[in-house]
Structures are given as structure tokens and as C-alpha cells.
Design a protein. Structure first.
Length: 433
């Protein structure tokens, strides 16, 4: 007599419960199901063997996803018992098609019974099957809509259709299941962006706060719109001329927000945090730098995107340029301001801080912009095209005498526009890096 164990299950008759047992064995270590043996181990057989056999094979094929049939073998024994041998599957978690990829549809073997898997067990199975790249994993939520994504793709004249889902990474290789990338782009995205406005530098006195939900496209547009409301414009006068300047360069806000959305670690459930006070605006995203990268590397334009397919989607929409340019662009917007943006990194967070260009601190230390004369610009353009310039070339290019050329080039060197390489007849001028 044989008994039920972790790897053996008895069923006296065929019911829909058999699908749960197949799923449980495929999601665990495999096992054997005997149809036609009661709970006491007695062979009672089954009626109408051919009809039952067909019902079993068709049901397992149609009721379970992903396709588990390659791991299932059927044997009809002499005592009118059907033996179903289930091997451990390679595309876990397997689940009831009618229930979906959630605890009510996913089963595992526990002792002599099959039990619903917990959300954490499901996530672990997905991770082991799909790898450790979050955006490529199958989403636990499969009832998704893409109204915001369709609107964004249409806005930028990029095709968005089911035929393109696999190319974009929205569905897995089987084209039947949505990935976590799809979840991020969908209207059901569970991650959020939170913005808080404070009345003091220590960010303890709340003035206002907003939380933006939905597709990350919707969060991008709504959060940017709100931040622009926080971006005040200050007017000053130079003689009779009115000069207006925003607290923050609009493009710097855009790049910092895009950086936070595209490069954060979505395997954590926390929100993107944006704090605003009178002196600065800080963008905090979950997930530190990838191994091997430093803040200096990021400032230099070196990029290793954490979410490659998400970055590619934003690149297709021309929301971002080539990887690594966003941070450099931010620093370029502050090139004439002594208070520069800051990057602060911990093991699990990445923060970029934009200074308020109209704050008292910034006003006191604003750098006077160098006035580049037309002659200087002509020299710089020549060096940009040819890599260097000599004294004789300066004189010929600008149609000036030796003394005037010497004075001009010394001034450009003093202002940090060029460097002098060599001496005497071999002397040449090159653009300063």
C-alpha cells in the first residue's frame, strides 16, 4: 500500500482540484498524482477511461499557465488508474488561468497538501525564473490598461500597439503576460511621486504637499506641472530694462525629474521624494548607484541605466537624449552660478539638489559672465574645427598684427578659454577642457 506524501497525491475521481495539484507540484519539486485511488490508498478505478483521460489532458493544457504540458506525463495502469507524473517546471510560477498570477491562482506543495502561495513566494519564483532584472519580470498584476501611455505615445508620434508590446518589453517572450515594465507604464502603476514644499531649510515646516499616482507618464507630467508652480520668477532692473529670472532653470527641473523616474530602483515600493524650500529643490529616488559607478562618474556623463528598457522607451519618445547627458545638462544650466547642483549618494538612495538661483545665498556669489568678443569667438570656432591654432593663423584669421594677436591670446588664456602648448615657433593654442 502507498500513502500520500509531499510528492504523492490521490484522487478517487476527476475534479477541477486536479489542476491545483499539478500547479503545486510544478511550482515545487514535482510529484505524482493518481486518479482512481482513494484517500486510504485503495484502487477504486475510474469509469469511462478514454473520456476521463481526454478530459484530464485537455484540462491541464487549457487551465494552467504558462504551458506546463512538457513537464507532465500520463500513464494508464492496468487497474484503471491514471498516473500523472509532474516534473518541476522551469517557468514558475504556474497558476490557474481563471484566477491569474496572484495567490488565489498559485499553489505550492506543503506537506501532503497543496496550499496557496504567498505574494512573497510568488515574487521569489518570478525572480528565480525570469532573472533579477525587475522590468523584465512578469507582473503580478495582469489586468492592465494603458490610456496614459497611449496618449503620450500619440503626443510624440510614436506607434503604440499590441504588435509593438514585445519589442518594447511590455510583454514577455511568450507575448501572453505583461512584464513589470508594462506595470510601470500602465494606469495601474503602484509607485508614486511625492512633492513637499517646506517653509524652512531643514524641511520640517510643511507648506504644501502632493502625491502623484497612475502611469509614470502621468506622474511625470503632473509632477512637472506642480513643480513649475513652485518655480517663482523674480524681476530685477538693469537701468530701464526689466530682467526676469526663474528660481530654477525649467530644463534642470525637467532633467532631474526624468532622471529620478527613469533610473530609480522599482523593486522597492517606496515613492520618489521631491522636497522644495526657499533655497533648493531636491530629488530623491530609491536605489543608489550601480556597482562600479561613483558620483564623479555620473557628473562626467558615464551612465549605466538600471532600467534599460524603460530608458529606451523614454528615448523613443525623445524625452531623454543619449544616456548620461541629463546630469551634464543640469550642471551646464548652472555654469554661471557659483552655487552648483549637488549629488549625494547612499547605498539605497540617489539625490540631486538644485540650488535656487534667486535665493540670497546665490545672489551673493553669482559669477560675472565673461563677455566673449566676436574675435574670441572666431578663434574658439577655429580651434573647435581644427583642434588648435598658431600665432600666424590668429593674425591671418583676424587680419591683425602680431602685438594685437599676442594680447588677445594672453587675455583668452587668463580667462580660462584656452591653454598655451609649447614655446617659440612651436607654440600653439588649444581649447581648455
Amino acid at each position: 500500500m502507498i500513502f500520500e506524501t509531499e510528492n504523492i497525491e490521490f484522487k478517487s475521481q476527476v475534479t477541477d482540484e486536479i489542476y491545483k495539484e499539478v500547479i503545486a507540484f510544478a511550482n515545487t519539486d514535482g510529484g505524482t498524482i493518481y486518479i482512481g485511488i482513494d484517500d486510504n490508498g485503495n484502487a477504486v478505478g475510474i469509469d469511462n477511461v478514454d473520456e476521463t483521460y481526454t478530459r484530464i489532458t485537455n484540462g491541464i493544457r487549457d487551465a494552467i499557465q504558462p504551458d506546463v504540458t512538457m513537464f507532465v506525463k500520463y500513464t494508464l495502469q492496468d487497474n484503471q488508474v491514471v498516473r500523472i507524473t509532474v516534473g518541476e517546471g522551469s517557468s514558475k510560477p504556474y497558476y490557474l488561468k481563471s484566477k491569474g498570477l496572484k495567490p488565489s491562482g498559485v499553489y505550492i506543495r506543503q506537506g501532503t497538501s497543496s496550499a496557496q502561495a504567498s505574494p512573497e513566494q510568488i515574487r521569489q519564483m518570478i525572480k528565480e525564473s525570469d532573472g533579477d532584472v525587475f522590468e523584465d519580470m512578469r507582473s503580478m498584476e495582469q489586468s492592465l490598461s494603458f490610456h496614459a501611455a497611449e496618449k503620450m505615445f500619440k503626443k510624440y508620434n510614436v506607434e503604440f500597439s499590441e504588435e509593438k508590446y514585445r519589442v518594447l518589453g511590455i510583454t514577455d517572450d511568450s507575448k501572453s503576460l505583461y512584464t513589470n515594465l508594462a506595470l510601470l507604464l500602465s494606469d495601474q502603476c503602484m509607485h508614486t511621486t511625492k512633492v513637499a514644499v517646506f517653509g524652512n531649510d531643514s524641511n520640517t515646516e510643511f507648506r504644501d504637499s502632493k502625491e502623484f499616482k497612475g502611469s509614470i507618464f502621468e506622474q511625470l507630467e503632473d509632477a512637472f506641472g506642480y513643480l513649475m508652480l513652485c518655480n517663482k520668477t523674480v524681476a530685477t532692473f538693469k537701468g530701464l530694462e526689466r530682467v526676469e529670472r526663474s528660481d530654477y532653470p525649467q530644463e534642470a527641473i525637467r532633467e532631474a525629474l526624468l532622471n529620478a523616474i527613469v533610473h530609480r530602483d522599482y523593486s522597492f515600493s517606496g515613492s520618489i521624494i521631491i522636497n522644495v524650500n526657499d533655497n533648493e529643490m531636491e530629488f530623491i529616488s530609491i536605489g543608489g548607484l550601480l556597482p562600479g559607478l561613483s558620483p564623479d562618474d555620473i557628473r562626467s556623463g558615464i551612465s549605466q541605466p538600471r532600467n534599460k528598457k524603460l530608458a529606451e522607451v523614454f528615448h523613443r519618445l525623445h524625452l531623454i537624449e543619449s544616456y548620461g547627458t541629463g546630469i551634464r545638462r543640469i550642471y551646464n544650466f548652472y555654469s554661471n552660478c557659483a552655487i552648483q547642483p549637488r549629488i549625494e549618494v547612499t547605498a539605497n538612495t540617489f539625490k540631486i539638489v538644485l540650488p535656487n538661483m534667486n535665493s540670497n545665498n546665490a545672489k551673493e556669489t553669482t559669477i560675472t559672465t565673461l563677455a566673449i568678443t566676436p574675435q574670441m569667438q572666431t578663434v574658439l570656432d577655429f580651434i573647435e574645427e581644427n583642434g588648435q591654432i598658431t600665432d600666424s593663423e590668429v593674425q591671418e584669421l583676424l587680419e591683425i598684427k602680431n602685438t594685437r594677436a599676442y594680447t588677445l591670446m594672453k587675455k583668452m588664456e587668463k580667462e580660462g578659454l584656452i591653454v598655451i602648448v609649447g614655446r617659440g615657433s612651436s607654440k600653439k593654442y588649444m581649447k581648455k577642457d
